[in-house]
Design a protein around this ligand. Structure first.
Ligand SMILES: *Cc1c(COP(=O)(O)O)cnc(C)c1O
Length: 366
C-alpha cells in the first residue's frame, strides 16, 4: 500500500528553533498569564493581520464564545448565522444562551447569502455571526449595511481566514469582532490557540476580563470571567510559525495551482472559483462532486490511503445535539453543497507526486 496522505499536516518550526525559543522559560519560570512571548506575539500578529487591536486566547472556540459574550446581547435573543461551518460556531451561540437562526449560504463561495438575511430579522434579532468559509470573504459591505439598518452586532468567524486580505485590508477589520483559530490544523498554529480582533477598545477590556477571571489586580475581581489565556509555550510556537508563514502560504499556493491544473478537465467535479481581488491563504482545497458520487469518492480515496474530509457535513443545524430544536428549513443551498463537497488534502509539504496520485484516482473513480 502507498503511504497514507492525511487531509492536513500541522506546520512546525524545526526542533532546534523551538527548543531555542523555549529555553529561557526554564530560567524565568513564567509559563503563562500574559508573559513575554504572549505580548510579543500580540504585537507581531497585530502587524501581520493589519489590525488595530487583538486579544489572544486559548483556542478559536473561546475566541468566538467570549467575543459573542463581550457584545452583551440580550439573553435568548436571536443570532443569524449559517449551518455550513464547524460545530464550534453554533455552539458558541448556544452556549451564550442565544438562539441560532440559520440563514442559507450562496453557491459561489459558500458564505452567508446576504440576500436572505433581512427576511430572517425579527424584533428579537441581536446579532449576525457569519463565517468566512475556506478563507473566502463574506460580503462584508452588505452585511454591515444590514447591521447598521437594524442595529445588530456582527461577529465574524474568521477561523479559516488567517492572513487573508482584500485590497490590502486585513479580514480582521470587519464587523464588531473577528475570531481566529490557531489550532494545529489551521494555516497558522500555536498548537491550540486563537484570537479576537476588534476596533472598539471597550471590547478589549471586556475580553481581557472574560479570559482572565475578571481579575484586574491582586485583590480586585471586577466581573465574572472564564479562563482562556494563551500560555508561553503556545505563544513561542506561534512566534516561530509566524516567521515562516509567507513561505508556508506560498507552498500552499503552488499546490493549489497544481491541483487546479490537474483537475480542470475532469468531468463530474466542479472546482470552486477564487476571488481575484483576495490575497488568499490557500487554507483548503474543496471540490464539488456531481451525480451523487461524493461518498463513493470519499470512500474509495480512503481505501487507497488518502484521507479527504466531508467538510462540512452534516450541517450544524442537523446535528444530533440540537435535536431539530432550531429551525433548519430553507437552507437548500447549504444542504446541496454539504452533500457534494469534499476537501482534498492540502498542506505546505504535500508533494506534487502525491497530488498526481490523488488526481489520477479522482479521475478513475469519477
Ligand atoms: C477551527 C474552527 C473553529 C474552532 O477553533 P478551535 O481553535 O479548534 O477551537 C471555529 N470555527 C471554524 C470555522 C473553524 O474552522
Amino acid at each position: 500500500m502507498d503511504k497514507k496522505i492525511f487531509v492536513t499536516q500541522s506546520s512546525m518550526p524545526t526542533y532546534e528553533e523551538y527548543i531555542e525559543i523555549i529555553k529561557p522559560l526554564w530560567d524565568t519560570r513564567w509559563l503563562t498569564n500574559m508573559g513575554v512571548y504572549h505580548d510579543q506575539l500580540t504585537e507581531n500578529l497585530k502587524e501581520y493581520l493589519k489590525v488595530p487591536n487583538i486579544s489572544l486566547v486559548s483556542n478559536g472556540h473561546m475566541a468566538l464564545e467570549l467575543a459573542i459574550q463581550a457584545m452583551d446581547l440580550p439573553k435568548g435573543s436571536e443570532v443569524i448565522t449559517t449551518p455550513f461551518t464547524f460545530i464550534s460556531t453554533t455552539h458558541a451561540i448556544v452556549r451564550n444562551g442565544l438562539q441560532p437562526v440559520f440563514c442559507d449560504i450562496n453557491d459561489k463561495d459558500f458564505t452567508i447569502d446576504v440576500t436572505k438575511i433581512e427576511g430572517l430579522i425579527t424584533e428579537n434579532t441581536s446579532a449576525i455571526v457569519p463565517v468566512h468559509v475556506y478563507g473566502n470573504l463574506c460580503d462584508v459591505d452588505a452585511i454591515q449595511k444590514i447591521a447598521n439598518k437594524y442595529n445588530l452586532k456582527v461577529i465574524y468567524d474568521a477561523a479559516h481566514c488567517f492572513g487573508v486580505e482584500k485590497n490590502g485590508i486585513g479580514v480582521g477589520n470587519y464587523g464588531n469582532a473577528s475570531c481566529f483559530s490557531f489550532h494545529a490544523t489551521k494555516v497558522f498554529n500555536t498548537i491550540e490557540g486563537g484570537a479576537v480582533t476588534f476596533t472598539d477598545q471597550t471590547i478589549g477590556e471586556k475580553l481581557y476580563n472574560l479570559k482572565n477571571f475578571g481579575i484586574r489586580s491582586e485583590e480586585m475581581v471586577v466581573s465574572v470571567g472564564a479562563n482562556a489565556k494563551l500560555n508561553e509555550f503556545q505563544a513561542a510556537m506561534g512566534l516561530c510559525n509566524l516567521k515562516h508563514i509567507e513561505e508556508e502560504i506560498a507552498k500552499r499556493k503552488n499546490i493549489v495551482a497544481y491541483y487546479r491544473e490537474n483537475l480542470k478537465n475532469v468531468n463530474g467535479i466542479s472546482l470552486v472559483s477564487s476571488d481575484s481581488e483576495l490575497k488568499s491563504n490557500y487554507a483548503y482545497f474543496p471540490i464539488l462532486v456531481n451525480n451523487g458520487k461524493r461518498n463513493l469518492l470519499y470512500d474509495t480515496l480512503r481505501n487507497n490511503g488518502i484521507f479527504s474530509r466531508k467538510y462540512f457535513f452534516p450541517l450544524t443545524a442537523d446535528q444530533f445535539c440540537f435535536n431539530n430544536r432550531y429551525c433548519n428549513s430553507k437552507i437548500y443551498t447549504a444542504r446541496n453543497v454539504s452533500d457534494r463537497v469534499l476537501v482534498l488534502p492540502l498542506y505546505a509539504d504535500l508533494q506534487f507526486d502525491d497530488v498526481n496520485r490523488i488526481c489520477n484516482l479522482i479521475e478513475e473513480i469519477i
